[in-house]
Design a protein around this ligand. Structure first.
Ligand SMILES: Nc1ncnc2c1ncn2[C@@H]1O[C@H](COP(=O)(O)OP(=O)(O)OP(=O)(O)O)[C@@H](O)[C@H]1O
Length: 598
């Protein structure tokens, strides 16, 4: 018998995406001169895979990467569009839940039917039946119709049947995720046993990296229908988990930047050659009430232009260029290019952009970064003076900081000096020199009120090295730093931080009073820092609220004490576990000592 259990050679799978039902029917009829109109979607592209007998291969990858399509082709459930697949051995495939069993039949009837389909009848079938029921621990439910089973119960029965039939090749697609942690552990033990004792080959798809590590010696990472990494499981899983963390960081950042993920990825991508600056035009309130014509934006040092963008020109929104406007469809308030004095320009106007701003990126050669003390942003255009247009810059700490207003200096030229601190030390509260207060994005009208007493000007989430982060390993340090400015003397404010889970459950609250700290009287700018060291939250996504409370009476604490300023769930971060079995670790990560006596 061949030592190769599975060999796939240049396997591709194309699905036809029909424009209408009618086109699909025409295609099905296979008429010689009529073809149903369709787009082609390639779920798999030229995939090569060789699995030796007894191999335990974990397949990982994002949703839609093509993992199930590959397994279905190997299991013979789907025909490839091109390429060859050779499978040497009896295959048991555990694919989507809901396939394989008859829903109206009981568990018992389904088990006997599956056994007889494999030619196992009589005493042998009764013996296997007992083993299956014992392993699945479904004694109480075995005479109920399968349609009444939960997803986890279904997975238990399906797995128990598939492994009792002594497969030579076992294909498992995610179904174990439906079961509980206890049963998933049992399944991994059983799979290890059948490879060790019976030399079975296992192909295992899971989004749970820890299960892949527990079971598999080799792993394949799939992306967009191709295999992008194939190697020892621990190496592939590590790369994959790192990439997932970057994606999570990107998800938080793109939401804060009010940009699509693709655009945010381009801005975050480090380049040795260029330093990218993300700016945006913004008005108080949502969309501009007026139309502001923008022709050209330049970043200058003294009189020399470091980078410049002709707005409205061809490719002015090409994100592969060093300078570009961000005109994501329906998201921003940039108009289409318009004719302007024989040239082209764009308007910053009410385009109903969901993100309510007009962002753009300018780059300067990275070697100039240290020589940027006197940068000038020069905007040429025609700004309607009846409305104030602000320029804001994105700092690495995760905020848009206001750096100035487009005030006409005559001749349609608006120059905004960017302080070096706004660029090089974006985390400092006074980064913004040219406006009264450095304000963060999405503040409401009343936050700009002249009667305002104290404002939170910036909030940072950083790790123990002070690096701005949105993804933290469990049990490490998370610092929440609140920068504020008090416009007149404020007596005894209370600084507070609250973490919520996305489902609304409050996970933690800390405030300066609870921590026995009396702030006293404050005036001007200052910083309050909460250090969560180590962070006791379990793996997951969290929202952060920060507030400066007017007072807090701990004895009669009401739900939401009055505040000078509050950023309600405006910031977010994720916690991940460096241990396997992350989802079993729970919502909190408490200190615990262990004593054992014998
Ligand atoms: N019958 C089909 N018709 C059209 N497209 C399909 C069909 N089956 C799968 N696809 C598409 O092929 C791509 C790959 O799907 P597949 O189920 O193989 O991905 P996957 O990696 O298993 O994803 P997941 O982790 O979400 O299960 C997806 O974009 C999916 O929408």
């Amino acid at each position: 018998m061949s030592d190769i259990a599975i060999r796939a050679t240049r396997v591709s799978k194309m699905y036809k995406m029909f424009k209408s039902r009618r086109d699909q029917v025409i295609d099905l009829l296979g008429l010689p001169f009529f073809k149903g109109r369709h787009d082609e979607f390639w779920a798999l592209r030229d995939l090569d895979l060789v699995v030796p007998r007894g191999g335990k291969i974990g397949i990982i990858g994002h949703n839609g990467a093509g993992k199930s399509t590959l397994l279905k082709i190997i299991a013979g459930q789907v025909t490839p569009s091109s390429g060859q697949v050779e499978v040497n051995g009896r295959v048991q495939a555990l694919m989507e839940l809901g396939t394989g069993f008859h829903p109206e039949f009981t568990g018992r009837e389904n088990v006997f039917s599956a056994l007889s389909y494999q030619g196992i009848v009589g005493t042998a079938a009764r013996r296997r039946f007992d083993e299956i029921v014992e392993f699945s621990e479904l004694e109480e439910f075995i005479d109920n119709p399968v349609k009444t089973y939960s997803a986890g119960m279904y997975a238990r029965l399906a797995f128990s049947v598939a492994t009792a039939i002594e497969p030579e090749i076992l294909i498992i697609d995610e179904v174990l995720g439906a079961g509980d942690a206890y049963f998933a552990g049992k399944c991994v033990d059983r799979m290890n046993e059948i490879t060790r004792k019976e030399g079975a080959t296992i192909l295992f798809v899971s989004h749970d990296a820890s299960s892949v590590l527990r079971l598999c010696d080799r792993s394949i990472w799939m992306k967009k229908g191709r295999c992008i990494m194939d190697g020892p499981a621990h190496e592939v899983v590590k790369e994959y988990v790192d990439a997932m963390r970057f994606e999570t960081e990107l998800r938080h950042r793109s939401r804060e930047m009010h940009l699509g993920k693709g655009t945010a990825r381009g801005i975050m991508a480090s380049s040795d050659a260029f330093k990218k600056f993300l700016f945006r035009f913004k008005v108080n309130g949502e969309h501009p009430q007026r139309s502001h014509l923008i022709r050209r934006i330049t970043l200058q040092k003294g009189e020399s232009a470091l980078s410049s963008l002709d707005v409205g020109d061809a490719m002015d929104n090409a994100i592969q260029e060093p300078n570009y406007i961000i005109s994501e469809k329906d998201a921003t308030d940039w108009s289409q290019p318009i004719q302007d004095n024989g040239g082209l320009a764009r308007l910053y106007c009410d385009c109903r952009g969901t993100e309510q701003h007009a962002p753009f990126v300018l780059s300067v050669p990275a070697y100039l970064r240290s020589e940027l003390p006197e940068l000038l942003l020069v905007v040429e255009g025609d700004v309607d003076a009846r409305e104030e247009v602000f320029v804001e810059i994105w700092d690495d700490a995760g905020h848009y900081t206001r750096v100035g207003t487009l005030n006409d200096q005559g001749n349609g030229r608006y120059a905004i000096p960017l302080s070096d601190r706004a660029i090089d030390e974006p985390n400092t509260p006074s980064a913004c020199k040219s406006s009264a207060v450095s304000k963060t994005q999405s503040q409401t009208e009343d936050e700009f009120s002249p009667d305002r007493v104290l404002a939170i000007t910036q909030v940072e989430l950083t790790d123990s090295t002070g690096t701005s982060k949105r993804v933290f390993p469990m049990g490490t340090e998370l610092d929440v730093t609140i920068h504020y400015e008090a416009f007149r003397e404020v007596k005894d404010p209370v600084f507070a931080v609250t973490f919520h889970r996305l489902d609304g459950v409050q996970m933690d609250h800390k405030n300066s009073k609870l921590l026995n700290f009396n702030i006293g009287n404050v005036m001007g700018t200052g910083v309050a820092k909460f250090s969560f060291s180590p962070l006791r939250l379990g793996p997951g996504d969290y929202l952060v609220t920060v507030a400066v409370l007017k007072y807090l009476d701990i004895d009669s604490w009401i739900d939401q004490p009055p505040s000078y300023d509050r950023h309600d769930r405006r910031y977010s971060f994720s916690v991940f576990s460096t241990l396997p079995g992350a989802k079993n670790l729970g919502a909190v990560f408490q200190d615990c000592s262990f004593i054992f006596t014998n």
